[in-house]
Design a protein around this ligand. Structure first.
Ligand SMILES: NC(=O)c1ccc[n+]([C@@H]2O[C@H](COP(=O)([O-])OP(=O)(O)OC[C@H]3O[C@@H](n4cnc5c(N)ncnc54)[C@H](O)[C@@H]3O)[C@@H](O)[C@H]2O)c1
Length: 351
């Protein structure tokens, strides 16, 4: 039997403690959480205790972890402004990298990441977890039968607390509300709706029109993002995201094609994860009986994403989310911001 992959975690906050931890626990044959880095000692202790990580392998400076710890792979789950520096340092240390989204905060940083990853020959991937939910995986198997897509739309609306600000006592709110930390609705929340709808359309985006603005909250990043995208195959999509609208029906994406339509409900369990429309049957909720309890409750898709990614790393095979996909997502976000300030459609270069 192969030895487990030795994993170092950079960032031990909310997403790691809840969602990543659950995925790692299901993968103990493949992965061993061996070292941790976080600037907040309480978070180090909490995650350290969860995985019995020896105290000498818990670091408040991630650079020391990269220098000293015996690890094969790192996951990066820190505020967005740190991703580029940490991915580049990890690449220079010669370890494989799984980074939470987004790849970086700008395409300039993303280019530096790709260069460091290429120069050091290390595997690198970004977490696009909603492609791995039971609903989305089933939807992807339906696409051939549905034929040529012409329209897609995705919606991720929500309402942040009234005191949501860069000074908020909850760090996960504070950095999301801060431009310097790489926050904002489009890069944090709408990020998922963009790659989800693009995947269903099976075609990269070529032109973006958008309004990415701060309409309601007292923050220096956007609280609303409305995109109109034209894809290379001629289809169009809309992406609607907000932090200032109560989300009664949010976190979903649809594609409409010549033989029917699909609607994937994100952040749901399998009970209403996928609906299909055909002229003969109208809209029908699909039951997805082939998915077990673990997959039913993997509402964000992280467990499946990590399972497939670690399996590919162990086999030295291609990773399920290619860096080009994350780069393209960031290019759409950057184009949407530019489209807002210049009030015109922005062209995106081919992937
Ligand atoms: N894929 C998803 O569905 C999903 C969901 C939530 C969050 N995320 C992503 O996960 C990442 C973290 O988000 P979160 O919600 O866990 O935030 P969080 O604020 O709860 O956690 C961030 C952690 O990083 C630590 N940290 C900050 N600066 C650091 C540094 N320089 N070095 C080491 N550690 C540092 C903080 O102390 C904290 O423990 C972000 O990239 C976010 O977009 C992804």
């Amino acid at each position: 039997m192969q030895k487990p992959i030795r994993l170092g975690l950079i960032g031990c906050g909310g997403i790691v403690q809840i969602t990543h931890a659950r995925a790692y626990r299901a993968l103990t044959d493949t992965v061993q959480v061996s070292a941790l880095a976080d600037i907040v000692p309480e978070n180090l202790e909490k995650v350290g205790e969860m995985f019995d990580v020896p105290t000498e392998n818990r670091y408040t400076d991630y650079r020391e972890m990269l220098e000293q710890a015996a690890i094969d792979v790192v996951t990066i789950a820190t505020p967005h402004s740190f991703h580029a520096e940490q991915v580049i340092a990890a690449a220079n240390a010669g370890v494989a990298i799984i980074s939470e989204k987004p790849m970086a905060t700008t395409l300039e940083e993303a280019d530096q990441i790709l260069e460091a990853v290429r120069d050091n020959g290390v595997p690198y991937t970004v977490v696009h977890n909603y492609l791995f939910t039971a609903g989305m995986r089933t939807a992807l198997t339906e696409l051939d039968a549905l034929g040529k897509p012409h329209f897609g739309r995705s919606v991720g609306m929500g309402l942040k607390p009234a005191d949501f600000s860069a000074d908020h006592p909850t760090p996960a709110f504070a950095w999301r509300a801060s431009k310097a930390k790489g926050g904002g609705c489009i890069i944090d929340t709408s990020y998922h709706e963009i790659y989800s709808v693009c995947t269903l359309m099976r075609s990269p985006v070529r032109y973006v029109e958008a309004r990415v603005q701060t309409l309601r909250l007292d923050i220096d990043v956007d609280d609303i993002a409305m995109l109109l995208c034209e894809h290379e195959n001629g289809s169009i999509t809309t992406v609607s995201g907000a932090w200032c609208v109560p989300g009664t029906d949010s976190g979903w994406c649809e594609m409409h094609a010549e033989n029917g339509s699909l609607r994937v409900n994100h952040r749901h369990n399998v009970a209403d994860a996928l609906r299909r429309y055909t002229r003969a049957d109208g809209w029908k909720q699909l039951e997805l009986p082939e998915f077990d309890e673990a997959e039913r409750t993997d509402a964000s898709g992280h467990a499946r994403y990590f399972a497939e990614t670690f399996k590919a790393l162990a086999a030295d095979a291609a990773l399920p989310v290619r860096p080009e996909m994350a780069y393209h997502n960031l290019a759409i976000i950057e184009a949407a911001r530019k489209a807002t300030t210049e009030r015109r459609a922005i062209e995106i270069p081919p992937i």
